[in-house]
Design a protein around this ligand. Structure first.
Ligand SMILES: Nc1ncnc2c1ncn2[C@@H]1O[C@H](COP(=O)(O)OP(=O)(O)OP(=O)(O)O)[C@@H](O)[C@H]1O
Ligand SMILES: [Mg+2]
Length: 311
């Protein structure tokens, strides 16, 4: 479905689409989503660039190191991305460190975007200077959220009695600021997608309440709420092999799972549905939407036109 040909997806000529996995709530599933989306795109033949900004955990970088190890031990031709982490900067003054980190980040992003079809950035579960910058560069921001009001709280609040919107919280403010910066820089719009993670098989009262709350916040904050992914062992057990459910052919060859494993098939279908819902500009229709977003510089146009064109 996706071609190998690179499309001009962002405001910068010739640059690849920038997908950022972000949410200041730690452990919400940013790296898990990033890894699964990346392996799906790699298996479709796309050139994927990875920038791991979670300098402490380096979950994505480690995953792809395990993948390279598996490929080498098992003599497999696994599709690999280009993986980058930002080298540490040592200077006496904090201002100098920040300045140099910022320059390195921009250089690395530019290079990755010129070299790949899509660049995926994983961010840490807390606000950092670099994470804030990369949010303002994103074409698509994907934020996973568990069905919990604890996760909900980083976005905003809903009055428990009246059900009315009570205001935005710190992560929503970070995204709003990033959107403003991006608009001033090149007039492009950020597509913010919230995906519910670790959904239970049976919907609970709590889940329905979180869902209703999110639908209200979506209108206030201008994000898209897409179908979530379930709580599945298969989304975490393959990590040490550097493989995911999207590497199904290899998993079958290695006898890691059977072709008929229901959990494997369901997990794979969920990731495919998620990638479709992201509407990445890797095919003609997606590229057209990205161009429209680029042209939408004014916030008041966003609500009406994006609703018409993206839904
Ligand atoms: N859908 C899922 N099913 C099963 N396990 C999951 C799922 N999503 C995430 N996990 C597990 O939850 C934990 C946290 O996930 P992950 O590391 O992706 O979160 P994160 O947002 O990147 O965390 P951090 O903020 O610390 O970087 C991991 O152990 C991961 O394997
Ligand atoms: Mg992580």
């Amino acid at each position: 479905m996706f071609g190998r040909q690179r499309v001009q997806a962002s405001g910068r000529s010739g640059a690849a689409h920038l997908l950022v996995c972000g949410n200041e709530k730690g452990g919400s599933g940013k790296s898990t989503l990033g890894i699964h989306i990346a392996t799906d795109l790699l298996n479709r033949g796309l050139r994927v660039g990875i920038l791991d900004l979670d300098i402490r955990q380096q979950t994505m970088a480690r995953f792809f190191a395990y993948r390279a190890r598996t490929a080498s031990i098992k003599k497999l031709a696994l599709p690999m991305p280009r993986v980058e982490i930002l080298p540490a900067v040592r200077r006496e003054r904090v201002a100098d460190v920040e300045h140099e980190e910022r320059c390195k980040l921009f250089r690395l992003l530019l290079d990755l975007r010129n070299d790949c079809d899509i660049v995926i950035v994983d961010t840490p579960g807390a606000s950092t200077n670099l994470s804030d910058i990369v949010h303002s560069q994103a074409d698509t921001l994907i934020s996973p959220m568990n069905d919990s009001f604890v996760d909900f709280d980083v976005l905003g609040s809903i009055d428990p009695v009246t059900g009315q919107f009570g205001g935005t919280s710190h992560y929503a403010d970070t995204v709003r600021h990033a959107r403003r910066e991006r608009r001033h820089a090149d007039g492009a719009m950020l597509d913010w997608v919230i995906v519910r993670n670790r959904q239970a098989t049976f919907s609970s009262r709590n889940e329905r309440k979180v869902d209703n709350g999110l639908r209200q916040l979506a209108m206030q904050m201008g994000f898209r709420l897409v179908d979530g992914i379930g709580e599945r062992v298969v989304f975490r057990e393959l990590f040490p092999l550097g493989l995911t459910v999207m590497d199904s052919a290899v998993l079958y060859d290695l006898n890691v799972c059977s072709r008929t494993s229901p959990s494997h098939l369901a997990g794979k279908a969920e990731i495919e549905r998620l990638v479709r819902a992201l509407r990445l500009p890797l095919e003609a229709e997606g590229a057209q939407r990205a161009a429209i977003r680029r042209e939408l510089g004014r916030p008041n146009e966003f609500r009406t036109r994006i609703a018409e064109l993206l839904h």
